[in-house]
Design a protein around this ligand. Structure first.
Ligand SMILES: Nc1ncnc2c1ncn2[C@@H]1O[C@H](COP(=O)(O)OP(=O)(O)OP(=O)(O)O)[C@@H](O)[C@H]1O
Ligand SMILES: C[C@H](N)[C@H](N)CCCCCC(=O)O
Ligand SMILES: [Mg+2]
Length: 212
């Protein structure tokens, strides 16, 4: 069966797409952003196509493409679309699939369903992306608690940003969670710098074991 990994985060704009591009590239896999809100800027799928080094066919089409860069439930309402969780059915593919949510776990798809409800239904292993900057201890521990309360398998935390040794340690200890690595701020951010940083700073074996 296809290995599928859900990439979620403690918030929007913390680097899930950049991490997903790096991981999908490293695994030579596929990428899927089922719900994209915001179409005026480069979409997450376009970013992954640019940064992952994967051929275009490895980026699956979104199920919902919503115009406004808002929470999907609101963006859908503005577009006059009803997001149906049942339409987000998992594709079967001949390689690992990286699935990115939008924002954090409690982000609504409609007035009844949030991303975390869909993840609970899927029961796929999750990687939680978390910033290293101040504020992360609270956001990350809350997200871990929410995942565990729903028995959603958590592979571990992927930190993004400059090293904050004590925050990272505190999350690992209080969260009783594996730390998969830390992606530093990359300048320039290119396919080359990203794939190098992913191999240097992440332990693929740990990720592979977590999604067995
Ligand atoms: N490691 C990094 N080095 C440099 N820039 C980064 C890095 N990670 C993220 N960024 C930048 O930070 C911004 C937000 O990152 P990204 O789009 O990956 O966030 P996201 O968590 O996927 O957000 P969303 O909830 O909208 O999907 C982007 O401009 C991205 O290029
Ligand atoms: C538009 C943005 N870039 C994301 N795709 C959606 C983020 C939703 C966040 C909702 C919230 O937590 O308030
Ligand atoms: Mg993203």
């Amino acid at each position: 069966m296809t290995k599928r990994i859900v990439i979620t985060g403690t918030d929007t704009g913390i680097g899930k797409t950049v991490f997903s591009a790096g991981l999908a590239g490293l695994l030579n896999g596929f990428y899927w952003k089922p719900v994209q809100s915001g179409l005026d800027e480069e979409t997450d799928s376009e970013v992954v196509a640019r940064l992952s080094g994967l051929p275009a066919g490895r980026i699956l089409p979104e199920v919902y493409r919503l115009r406004m860069p808002l929470s999907p439930h609101r963006s859908a309402e503005i577009d006059g679309v009803a997001i149906e969780a049942a339409k987000l059915s998992l594709p079967d593919l001949p390689g690992p699939l990286i699935i990115e949510g939008a924002g954090g776990l409690m982000v609504p798809l409609n007035r009844q369903t949030r991303f975390i409800d869909v993840f609970q239904e899927w029961q796929l292993p999750v990687i939680l992306c978390a910033r290293t900057a101040l504020g992360t201890i609270n956001h990350t521990l809350l997200s871990i608690e929410a995942l565990r309360a729903r028995s959603i398998p958590l592979i571990g935390v992927a930190f993004i940003g400059e090293e904050m040794a004590d925050s990272q340690r505190t999350i690992a200890e209080f969260g009783n969670v594996a730390v998969l690595g830390r992606l530093p701020h990359l300048d320039p951010l290119t396919h080359e710098t990203l794939s190098r940083a992913m191999s240097d700073f992440f332990d693929l074996t740990m990720i592979a074991e977590g999604c067995r």
